[in-house]
Design a protein around this ligand. Sequence first.
Ligand code: PLP
Length: 572
Amino acid sequence: MKKSKLLFNHFPKKQLKISSVFLKRWIFDVLSKEGYSLSCIVYNFTDDEHLLQINRQFLNHHDYTDIITFDYSSNRAIEGEIFISTERVIDNARNNAVSVEEEFLRVIIHGILHLCGYRDKTKKEQSIIRQKENEYIQYFFNHINPKSMKKKKSDSKKTFSYRPESLMMSYGYQPELSVGAIKCPIYQTSTFVFQTAEEGKAFFELAYGQREKKPKEEVGLIYSRLNNPDIEILEDRLTLWDEAEAAAVFESGMAAISTVFFELLQPGDVFLYSAPLYGGTEHFINHVLNKFNIRGFQFNHHHKEKDIIQIIQQQNLKDKLKLIYIETPSNPSNTLIDIEMCRKIADYFSTKNNKIVVAVDNTYLGPLWQHPVKHGADLVVYSATKYIGGHSDLIAGACVGRSDLIKRIKTLRSFLGNMAGPWTGWLLLRSLETLKVRMEQQAQNAIKIAQYLNTHPKIEKVLYLGLLDKKDPQYKIYKKQSHSPGAMLSFYIKGNEKAAFKFLNNLKLIHLAVSLGSTESLAEHPATMTHASVPYEEKILYGITDNMIRLSVGIENVDDLIEDIKEALEKI
Ligand SMILES: Cc1ncc(COP(=O)(O)O)c(C=O)c1O
């Protein structure tokens, strides 16, 4: 099959600050909407004098014009040559009081419409072609050029006042580009076809950071390890909950976390981290990063700002500090770290050439109940396996935050190859639609279960944000940075490991499994399961004892859950 060609000669880059990639996509769409295919179109941008010459020589006309079209099409395969006077387009823009870009779009699409058989001799023909031009220019601004689309959205208060839960079904997806399908298709493809070699070259230059983006230029689709429509739409939607500038999706929470560490730290660097952390992160810090001579210094919720500053000052490490990494609330103790305090510490040590990054693992409260960016975090990481996925049927991770950092993180992701696949991306898009209703139901159930456990004679203590004492300094942090006590609770059974195991083994409705944030309730034993690799002294320090149970509350009927807990406790 003959390859279709669309070429621009002497493209007026200075005046027309729209990437030719968008223009090409637009022209292809217009042709297919008009029922034609592209064989070969060559645009020649030239000056008035040259256009007049062509007009005289080939058409025996003597007027100045802005465009001349030569039509060599056969049947519905469009072939032609279009000459445009750059000078005249700029003049017309001034005379018609429209932007130069809009006038260029008008004349570019005018040429295409001519090739599709539209004429402009009579008044009626002129009005029809004008109407078509307007329709397609609108289409360009609404659907083809994402930058101008964003501009339009931020200009329009109405779109931006929609809450994330209202946008989860539509944001970033245009049904018109996918045969009207209301849901985004699964782009189960490894690679994407380039229209031209020049386009492929331009995409790679941007993807590999070989040059800066031109105004309004976007990285095109290349290869699914680098980008894929399902993942891009998902990333756009994930930014909404946290009001973050950008997002990157990974094949697991640990992939997101390890990529953040590797991008921000080099051998010799140090970082501060809160404890306790999820066992996998703790293992990565102490058994992987240390192999690269990257050292972490631990602090916890008892440390005040000055104590944490001292950890670094005492060791004279201020020049080597690059990152403050925290998990709040912590898994499994539900202790809180003040995000604003971490920002202050980062700013205290930051210099002109060393801006210390604050990263927060927000898995425990998920994107609904805590927004670390608003409290000064640069990056927020998630195990998307948890609330974001929410159905215990996938493994994924995400990082949202400052666009300059996300850009770096995405570049490393391309080379580590730990990008989520399209199927996972699609499942997450589906999950996000119900994120809010799921999480709200989970929290409502958790509050009732925490209250039940709190008065149960066989329970020593319940660790749940909703039960914090108002005099506890943690309460102040909770009120400042969290919107809900969440759906994760830990509790101590009176007894030892045997009693804890007996309880777990007798649960019927609640599943005995690690992970959290899903529709079904899950219970586990942190000391021997999720936090098994945490050193014994640290387990004791952070209360990860043999009689501790961690419960992730789901969306089941809360009375059924309480009945299940009651019966299992009776068996001890
Ligand atoms: C707080 C927290 N962060 C990160 C992770 C790691 O996520 P993943 O299992 O998706 O790699 C987990 C997993 O349990 C977690 O609980």
